[in-house]
Design a protein. Sequence first.
Length: 333
Amino acid sequence: MRKTHLIAPVVAAVAFAWVIARVGLPTMMEQVKAMRVALPIVLALSLLRLFLQTTTWSESLKGEDVSVGITKLMGVRLASQSMGYLTVLGPVISEPMKIKLLGTSSEPTITATFLDNGVYWFTSALLAIAGIASMPLVAVHGRAYHSIPAVLVLGFAVVIIRRHTPILSDVVRALGARRPTWLARAERIEASIREYRLNQPTLVRRMFWIDIACQVLLAAEVVVVLLSLHLPVHFGAVLVIEGMTRALKMISGWIPARLGSDEGGAISAFALTGLSPLLGLSLALTRRSRDLLWALIGIVWLAWNSRKLSDRADTGTLDRSTVLKEALECKQS
């Protein structure tokens, strides 16, 4: 078995143990007991969302003539998300890992995967903007202008994603011969993604609405937690809580397991909507329990997949040596 195949699972397992130690296993167990009704429902909603996200990824890959089974795609998504969730610079690690674990042709896989990610984060940014923009209508603390910077940043991200013409091409032309190789490659990938979106608008539109359904499922998690805490459920409050926690999630992906960020965001969101800030911990810890469970499943899948890759490599080496030995014997005879 090749030791290099075990590096990623070992790193993920160590990071997982570190997160559990930082959060505190007793705290996690108390939260599971307190939210024993909400947590299974949140897990079911998350499982449905995982299936929908994987469906859009599969559709995007098929648009590039890359066919991969749904089961493998779900395993790859969980494995890459676990590494991104548990380690520093989440998306920087998880997205390339998706492409590597698929083991398919690089260029079309990169294009389809980045398109799928772009559509999902576009819908995620829309929900975050809607929630933050609704703060002045719901918030009982703070001022309306406090939400302006976040809305402007997320709005700028939406405009960039919606552009028809590539952005990096202007930068590449300006640098000329001094442009780095990685920037030129990124410019080609961006151009292919935008061309794909224009050439297959029906597919992209279907992906968009499926991702909107995923955002609704995420907001439904807030509703489930509020109901389990016997708190009133108001559309505006749910939108603000989900929008604010989503915005913080998008900007704190570099923090391992977003420790502190998720809790602080949920507490602040509950306080802004007039709810008890401490009850925000229930939402944050319920979601953290869900994320850690998916991370554990992803680590197990990654370890199992690494073992299979090693077995294939060992079998391939054995087969080649056997063929070579037989060829030499035939030559000698």
